[in-house]
Design a protein around this ligand. Structure first.
Ligand SMILES: [Zn+2]
Length: 233
């Protein structure tokens, strides 16, 4: 494994994007895991990092304050990158490639995009239990755990539950997506007005996020802000 990747943050940004996104500094555990299972770049398969220096520059990083329309019932959206190219590959690696360790890098970047001292609780947008069984893991919960740790805010993995199995949103258009997920979530725990960060991997139409936000409000949340790795514009 190239020594240049060992724990050094590498500052890159594209000419169009004034925001500096740096490759997250890895924890000791992550460094050890990377030695045992060296990551391959999701963009070009080069060994060493989840996104290599060259591919890092090609990510459509979103600027701070880039206006992302908040879905109904949300007080804001935080996203790291546009859902294209390398960022899309990163999401797919997490979701379908069983390369779970990439959640560390993604969660770090997501936490870095959240304004400080705003959030009191982090919670994932839950998968239905049967889908989690099929897949064996839950990518939103992994990201949420990571984001909570980075923000030093408790992660309530069981705040919400998916009460209804829904069709894969990717097969549906906007209106049908909203119908598909309406009432799909319910609170499982109670809050007392805390500001909640709802974590998922991708925001597309926002229908799923809006439905989850509604359940978070039922749980007693105050402000509800969405936090995703990629935004599909
Ligand atoms: Zn690469």
């Amino acid at each position: 494994m190239p020594s240049s990747t060992a724990g050094f943050a590498c500052a890159m940004s594209s000419a169009l994007d004034p925001v500096l996104r740096v490759y997250p500094v890895r924890t000791l555990t992550e460094r050890i895991l990377d030695e045992i299972f060296p990551p391959l770049c999701v963009g070009c398969r080069r060994i060493g990092r989840w996104i290599c220096d060259r591919c890092w520059m090609q990510v459509a990083w979103l600027g701070q304050g880039e206006p992302i329309p908040a879905p109904a019932g949300l007080d804001g959206v935080v996203a790291v990158a546009g859902f294209d190219g390398v960022a899309r590959e990163a999401v797919h690696a997490l979701k379908f490639g069983e390369r779970h360790a990439i959640s560390g890098m993604m969660g770090h970047l997501m936490a870095g995009a959240v304004p400080p001292h705003v959030i009191q609780v982090v919670a994932p947008v839950p998968l239905h239990s049967s889908r989690r069984r099929d897949r064996g893991y839950d990518q939103a919960a992994m990201l949420a755990t990571r984001v909570g740790r980075s923000l030093d805010v408790p992660c309530r993995r069981n705040l919400l539950r998916r009460v209804r199995k829904t069709r894969q949103q990717t097969t549906l258009d906007g209106i049908h997506r909203r119908e598909n997920v309406r009432g799909a979530f319910a609170p499982r725990e109670r809050l007392q007005g805390e500001a909640v960060l709802l974590v998922d991997d991708v925001l597309t139409t926002g229908a799923t996020m809006a439905a989850a936000a509604e359940a978070a409000r039922e749980a007693g949340a105050g402000r509800v802000i969405a936090c995703v790795f990629a935004w599909a514009r």
